[in-house]
Design a binder for this molecule. Structure first.
Ligand SMILES: Nc1ncnc2c1ncn2[C@@H]1O[C@H](COP(=O)(O)OP(=O)(O)OP(=O)(O)O)[C@@H](O)[C@H]1O
Length: 575
């Protein structure tokens, strides 16, 4: 309308000018050349131009109005809704779309290996192609970019279009998905949304989503990992149960914290040698509580205090914040303070020389920046924060104090108990806890090796072998030999006892035991027989009497300031 007004104003002034034309031109005070120009530009020609311009403007106005009206009429029966990639609802709808059967007939679609939290078997293409099952990347179909797709949903036509904003130096391109439903009532939209949410939740029921920060310091989904049952985490009796009950209790204490004005957040510090199960425990607690995991890498290039604060404050809901190897980011800072004779640092040794300091990677995050984060300044209420370290002694006491790291959990190399339990986890068949029928299995339980070896097991364990061995429950033997075998519970217990006798207390990590047993997946007897030789080999590698695995790293005694007892595997810093 503004255009039309200005056009009318211009043409009006031109017409006025032409009305006064005679007066202007006949004014003899003008020089001859000026009078000539005035005569030509204010003559009848201008009037015609003005009329033409007016007509053109009116026609353009009508055309545009009709166009808008037509589009409005076309869009009238469509309910339109837009999803942005930055929102979790985007994953719901893409997950739902990837399961829609219409893709079986689609002639244009995009294939993605990103599963949007789906279990691979849930996508129709996997069903159609017989699933992968061989470790291939799961794939699913989603709408192609910049194409319009039509599909049917509960007797309604749905129009789907996916687009991506252009990339700028400040932000990365963001995808949006527009869904239009041909319907008069909005009810169908609500149904669609709840269906999409439900299918996403169902698909995710057995998965833990993992998020990390991208180069723009935004949280991005990187993987959906299958939940790991807490029963598969082998720790000394009572440890994992105690941690889980602490987390559960915290989750329902919101009001208690609010009443006392205490920041509603809780920090857990898991420390101990590599491969002792720290990350594994966090992952299974996340699965147990239906939480996702946001991994914060403090040594990430470009990360500084502000970006860390902003990342922490924008963590997705229902997420555990996980800071792995929390000591690494500050090793440089700490060593410099030690070299400069800072007496506040009481525990831990200087881990490098002055010359090596300059070569160490530095973090843009300062200790005070991290302490602010741990204090919960930017943390949303109810946030669980887990940190892990192999080098407890290297941590600044300020990090470990109650209110920042409330619970300290010490991990060790494997005990004899853990060695026995991991053996059972590999080979025990829960279904055959009671003895099964007397029958020699196809792969002979690899008893040939055991019996033919040195005859040790032939005498002592053979009576236990009057039972059938089988692949682990639920594991189908498709092609070739089984991936692993299980033996009846009673046999497994006896072998586990012998295995644990061969494993020295606290010398080998659980991860190392797992690696050893992996090589004997189908040979439990050989695993027991060869264990002493394996241990001496490891000892030989590191020198007689020395730990065969990496030094535990927690040589520094735990901070007395935090009140942590070194012997207690789980210690609350706030007690
Ligand atoms: N206590 C345990 N129970 C069951 N599995 C374990 C245990 N400890 C280690 N593992 C196995 O060892 C592997 C490594 O474990 P994990 O990553 O949890 O160790 P970590 O203590 O976090 O090591 P790091 O300090 O190097 O990160 C995993 O595959 C896990 O299955």
């Amino acid at each position: 309308m503004e255009h039309i007004h200005s056009l009318l104003a211009v043409s009006g002034s031109l017409l006025n000018a032409s009305a006064t034309n005679t007066t202007l031109v006949s004014d003899c005070s003008w020089p001859p050349l000026t009078r000539f120009v005035l005569t030509n530009i204010t003559g009848v020609g201008v009037q015609c131009w003005a009329k033409l311009a007016l007509l053109g403007a009116v026609i353009e106005l009508c055309r545009r109005t009709l166009n808008v009206l037509w589009r409005w009429l076309l869009d009238l029966p469509w309910i339109t809704i837009t999803f942005s990639e930055e929102d979790v609802a985007y994953s719901w709808i893409l997950c739902w779309l990837s399961q829609h059967p219409s893709w079986q007939h689609a002639r244009t679609a995009q294939i993605t290996t990103r599963n949007y939290g789906l279990q691979p078997s849930r996508t129709w293409c996997q069903q159609a192609f017989g699933g992968d099952g061989d470790g291939d990347q799961p794939t699913s179909y989603i709408p192609s970019l910049y194409k319009v797709h039509y599909l049917w949903y509960r007797y309604h036509c749905i129009r789907v279009s996916r687009s991506r904003s252009s990339e700028s130096s400040m932000s990365h391109p963001i995808e949006t998905l527009e869904i239009q439903i041909l319907a008069l009532s909005r009810t169908i939209l609500d149904t669609l949304l709840s269906d999409a949410k439900k299918s996403y939740k169902d698909a995710k029921a057995s998965m833990v989503s993992v998020y990390t920060a991208n180069e723009y310091y935004e949280w991005v989904f990187v993987a959906a990992q299958p939940k790991r049952s807490l029963s598969t985490v082998i720790l000394d009796p009572g440890v994992k149960e105690e941690v889980l009950s602490d987390v559960v209790e915290f989750n329902r204490s919101g009001q208690w914290y609010a009443d006392r004005g205490i920041p509603f957040r809780r920090g857990y510090l898991l420390y101990g040698p590599p491969g002792s199960g720290k990350t594994t425990l966090i992952r299974s607690i996340a699965g147990e509580l239906g939480l996702d995991i946001c991994i914060i890498t403090l040594s990430k290039a470009g990360l500084d205090d502000d970006k860390l604060q902003s990342l922490i404050s924008r963590m997705p809901d229902k997420c555990i914040a996980l800071m792995e190897d929390i000591d690494v980011a500050f090793r440089h800072e700490r060593n410099q303070r030690l070299l400069s004779g800072d007496t506040n640092l009481k525990h831990g040794d200087l881990s490098t020389t002055t010359s090596a300091l300059s070569a160490m990677p530095t973090s843009g995050v300062s200790l005070s920046g991290l302490l602010n984060v741990l204090d919960g300044v930017a943390l949303q209420d109810g946030r669980l924060l887990f940190a892990t370290t192999n080098n407890y002694g290297a941590l600044d006491p300020a990090i470990c104090r109650p209110g920042r790291m409330d619970v300290h959990i010490k991990f060790h190399n494997a005990s004899k108990y853990q060695a026995g339990e991991i053996f059972k986890a590999f080979f025990s068949s829960p279904s055959s806890a009671s003895a099964g029928p007397v029958e020699e299995s196809g792969n002979s339980l690899t008893t040939a090796g055991a019996v033919d070896g040195d005859g040790l097991y032939a005498k002592e364990v053979t009576p236990l072998l009057n039972v059938e061995s089988s692949p682990p429950a639920g594991q189908e033997v498709k092609n070739g030999p089984p991936i692993g075998i299980t033996v009846p519970h009673s046999v497994a217990c006896e072998l586990a006892r012998r295995f644990s006798e061969a494993i020295p207390e606290r010398e080998v990590s659980v991860a190392a035991l797992q690696g050893y047993l992996m090589a004997y997946k189908t040979r439990p007897f050989d695993a027991v027989r060869d264990a002493p030789a394996w241990i001496s080999e490891l000892r030989g590698q590191k020198g007689q009497g020395e730990s065969p695995v990496e030094a535990s790293g927690d040589q520094g005694s735990p901070s007395t300031a935090s009140g942590v007892t070194p012997e207690a595997p789980v210690a609350r810093a706030d007690q």
